[in-house]
Design a binder for this molecule. Structure first.
Ligand SMILES: [Fe+2]
Ligand SMILES: [Fe+2]
Length: 286
C-alpha cells in the first residue's frame, strides 16, 4: 500500500429522509485511497446507519465513525430496542462487521500528503453546561427550555442506561477519552472527530441559544490545544462552516435535513477536505 489519499469529512446524513439517501448514494472519493470521517447523525435506526456505513465503506479506503445523538435514540419503530450503552455497543459491533472504525478502536494514523496525523473519533455527549447567563444550574436551563418550547428530542429518545443521566454518561466518556488522548504518541498532530463541537463558540449563532445545552460540554474547551489538533471535525448544529479557535481549524461538516440544505447555495453532499489542508489555509498555531 502506498500513501493514503485525502482525509475527507461529512456528518448529519440523516438518511431516514429519501432525499438524503440520494446524497449518500452520490458520495464518491476523489481517489480510492481517500479516507472518510463521518461525524454522527447518520440515521435514526440501526438499519439506516448500517445501510449508509456499508455503502461508504465500499467506496473509501477507510471510514471512521463517531456517533451522533440520533444514532443513540431508541425510536419506538426501530426493531432494535436497545438503549444507552447497550445500543452504542451494538452500533460499534455493526461497524466492526463493516470494517468501519469507531471511538472504541485504536486511533488510526493517516499517512497522506501533509501527514501523518492521529485520527481520533470521539464519543463525548453533552452535560447541560452550556447555559445562557443567569441560568446557573442544568435544572434551571432545562426548565427554561420547557417554558419556551425548545426541547431536544433526546430528552425522550436518548436513554442513558445504565447511567442515571446523559450528563453522567458524558462525564465518564470525557474522563476515559481524555486519558486515552493523553497517552497518545505526542509526536503526531491529531484530528479530533466528535459529533458535538468541542468549544462553545460555534453555538453562539443558534437560533435558539437555550438549545446549546444539548450541544456539548465545557469540559472539552481546551482539548484542541491540549491534544495538539491540526483540525477538529464536528456536526450536530446543521450550520456547515469553518471557524478558527486559538489558531485551530474547526470544520462543521453537516448535511442536515432537506429543508435546511435546499436553502443553502453550496450543493449538499460536498465532502469537506480536512487534510491536506486546503490551499491558503494558515498553519496551525499551537
Ligand atoms: Fe443532525
Ligand atoms: Fe445531532
Amino acid at each position: 500500500m502506498g500513501e493514503d489519499g485525502a482525509l475527507l469529512a461529512i456528518s448529519d446524513l440523516h438518511v431516514g429522509h429519501a432525499d438524503n439517501r440520494a446524497i449518500v448514494e452520490a458520495l464518491r472519493p476523489e481517489s480510492p485511497r481517500d479516507w472518510l470521517l463521518v461525524a454522527g447523525d447518520v440515521g435514526d435506526t440501526v438499519a439506516q446507519v448500517e445501510w449508509a456505513l456499508d455503502l461508504l465503506s465500499r467506496r473509501f479506503a477507510t471510514v471512521v465513525w463517531a456517533p451522533g445523538n440520533h444514532e443513540l435514540w431508541t425510536p419506538p419503530a426501530d426493531p432494535v430496542q436497545l438503549r444507552g450503552v447497550a445500543r452504542y455497543r451494538h452500533l460499534v459491533d455493526r461497524c466492526r462487521g463493516l470494517g468501519v472504525l469507531t471511538p472504541e478502536d485504536p486511533y488510526p494514523v493517516w499517512r497522506g500528503p501533509g501527514g501523518p496525523a492521529l485520527v481520533a473519533p470521539l464519543f463525548l455527549l453533552y452535560d447541560h453546561s452550556w447555559r445562557p447567563d443567569g441560568l446557573d444550574t442544568p435544572e434551571a436551563a432545562l426548565a427554561e427550555a420547557y417554558r419556551t418550547g425548545v426541547v431536544c428530542t433526546d430528552e425522550f429518545l436518548l436513554h442513558p442506561d445504565p447511567y442515571p443521566s446523559r450528563a453522567a454518561w458524558c462525564a465518564d466518556r470525557v474522563a476515559t477519552t481524555a486519558a486515552r488522548l493523553a497517552a497518545r504518541d505526542p509526536a503526531l498532530p491529531t484530528v479530533l472527530v466528535n459529533h458535538f463541537p468541542l468549544v462553545r463558540d460555534p453555538t453562539r449563532i443558534l437560533r435558539h441559544p437555550i438549545f446549546a445545552q444539548w450541544c456539548g460540554t465545557e469540559a472539552t474547551a481546551d482539548w484542541h490545544r491540549r491534544f495538539a489538533a491540526a483540525a477538529v471535525v464536528y456536526g450536530h448544529l446543521h450550520i456547515p462552516r469553518t471557524t478558527w479557535h486559538d489558531g485551530v481549524r474547526f470544520e462543521e461538516v453537516s448535511v442536515g435535513y432537506p429543508r435546511e440544505w435546499r436553502q443553502r447555495s453550496a450543493p449538499a453532499g460536498t465532502l469537506r477536505r480536512i487534510l491536506p489542508a486546503p490551499a491558503g489555509t494558515p498553519p496551525t498555531a499551537w
